[in-house]
Design a protein. Structure first.
Length: 153
C-alpha cells in the first residue's frame, strides 16, 4: 500500500471515530471519574470507568474538542473495555510511545496489531502541538484507573 493511500485510510479511521464516537455516554454506575483539559487548545474530556475483577468492565466519556482528541478517545475506549487493567495500561504506554516518536515509530506487527485503529494516529506524532490532543483520553483513562487501584478489595 502506498504512503498516500495508507495516510488516507488513517484519516478515514479518525474521521469515522470523530463522526461516530464509541462509548460516548457518561456511565451512571462507575468507580472513578476524571476530567482532563488540554489548556493549549481547550479540548476536554470527562471519563468514567467501572472496574470489576481487575478489568475495565465499562468506560464512558463525554468531551469536546478537535477531531483528533475525540477520535482518539473513541478508539481508546474500544481497545480497553473488557481488558484487565495491566493490559489497558500497557496499551496506553504503547500509544504514548507512538505519540512521542515524532513520527519515526517503527512498530512491530505485534504492537501494531495490539493498537488496532490507534495506529491511525501515527502521523499525529509529527505535530507536537497535536500530540496532547491524541493523548487526552488515554491519560484520562490512566488517571481514572489509578483512582480505582486500592479502592476495591
Amino acid at each position: 500500500m502506498s504512503g498516500l493511500s495508507m495516510e488516507s485510510m488513517y484519516q478515514e479511521i479518525i474521521l469515522d471515530h470523530y463522526k461516530h464516537p464509541h462509548h460516548r455516554v457518561l456511565l451512571e454506575d462507575f468507580d472513578a471519574e476524571v476530567h482532563h483539559v488540554n489548556p493549549t487548545c481547550g479540548d476536554e474530556v470527562t471519563l468514567r470507568v467501572q472496574v470489576r475483577d481487575g478489568a475495565i468492565a465499562a468506560l464512558g466519556w463525554q468531551g469536546e474538542g478537535c477531531s483528533i482528541s475525540q477520535a482518539s478517545t473513541s478508539v481508546m475506549s474500544d481497545l480497553v473495555v473488557g481488558k484487565d487493567i495491566a493490559s489497558a495500561l500497557a496499551l496506553q504506554e504503547l500509544f504514548l510511545g507512538l505519540m512521542q516518536s515524532k513520527g519515526s515509530a517503527h512498530l512491530g506487527d505485534e504492537d501494531a496489531d495490539a493498537l488496532e485503529d490507534a495506529v491511525a494516529f501515527e502521523g499525529v506524532a509529527k505535530y507536537p502541538a497535536r500530540v496532547k490532543c491524541a493523548l487526552l483520553g488515554w491519560m484520562a483513562m490512566k488517571g481514572a484507573v489509578a483512582q480505582t487501584e486500592g479502592a476495591r478489595p
